[in-house]
Design a protein around this ligand. Structure first.
Ligand code: ATP
Length: 276
């Protein structure tokens, strides 16, 4: 193994798409992340679970090229790296879908699908957007992921939150992402819409992508996840593969485990005295 290669374990001889090994990030004196390790493999979903302030957004920012880590190693396909910009992350196949999707609500679905990467046709003064290709490709790509939109001409703002997440996932798959980072895609959704989004998260996995699913919902994570990393106040409080943890245990750890038992004890009221 060369000096540039990540020291992490490999499966079938192939390095993970992404591997974090004891990564830390500090903002001045504030420890946002410390000693966090995880791996993301093709055709697998790695779930990152954590409460508010656990460090989930910081982890996304490192993977998306917005922030550099301060310690530990970050490897992409076995090569140690520190991404310098979101553009570099994208070029290296890491696509991040944020909760507040960057869409133009009044523009049609197909226009948003190609936003920033519009195909053109013609030359010189005759150069213009290839609207037909964009419309047809969008419809076909959404269908390929099993998303049957009534009309790709409708403004994207008229779609439900879940449908917009699905369009963003299909878009990342179409533009060749190897790794899809999803920032709490089900946080603002009801049960039914969450189910729809999780179906497309699984579809992206089945298309061969490695997925990082950030969530605070252990039920959603357990339904689709292969690996689970629990964060608590910036440190890793657990790391499991699906066969090494049950949903109950994951839920218990996520809810605070022994902290919750202490709280329950503190809040338990002594039996009220009998009147009279
Ligand atoms: P939430 O779900 O509430 O967004 P999170 O799990 O995404 O939480 P982070 O946003 O990563 O958590 O924050 C982890 C810690 O780092 C928090 O204590 C936060 O206050 C701190 N932090 C995050 N960004 C900065 C920053 N730019 N400057 C200083 N401290 C920061």
């Amino acid at each position: 193994m060369g000096p540039q290669e990540g020291g992490g374990d490999t499966m079938n001889g192939r390095p993970a798409l992404i591997e974090l090994d004891r990564v830390s990030k500090y903002y001045g004196n504030i420890r946002a992340l410390e000693g966090v390790s995880l791996e993301v493999r093709a055709g697998e979903i790695t779930c990152v679970l954590g409460d508010n302030g656990a460090g989930k957004s910081t982890l996304i920012k490192i993977a998306a090229g917005l922030h550099r880590h301060d310690a530990g190693t970050f490897s992409i396909e076995g090569e140690q790296t520190a991404l310098s910009s979101p553009r570099e992350a994208l070029d290296r196949g890491i696509a991040t879908v944020y909760q507040d999707l960057a869409v133009v609500p009044l523009m049609p679905v197909w226009r948003n699908f190609f936003l920033g990467s519009e195909p053109v046709k013609g030359a010189g003064p005759f150069r213009r957007l290839d609207v037909r290709t964009m419309r047809e490709t969008t419809r076909a790509e959404l269908l390929r992921m099993g998303i049957d939109l009534r009309d790709v001409d409708q403004p994207i703002g008229t779609l439900s939150g879940g449908e917009r997440q699905c369009v963003a996932i299909a878009r990342a798959v179409y533009f060749g992402a190897k790794v899809l980072v999803l920032d709490e895609p089900t946080a603002a959704l009801g049960v039914k819409q969450s189910g729809v989004v999780l179906k497309y998260v699984a579809a992206a996995r089945d298309a061969g992508l490695g997925v990082v699913l950030i969530t605070h919902n252990p039920h959603h994570a357990y339904m689709v996840g292969d690996r689970f990393v629990l964060l608590k106040r910036g440190t890793m409080s657990g790391s499991h593969t699906k066969d090494s943890v049950t949903l109950d245990e994951l839920t218990r750890q996520m809810a605070g485990g022994s902290d919750l038992d202490d709280l329950r004890h503190e809040l338990s009221r002594p039996a009220s005295p009998t009147p009279g």
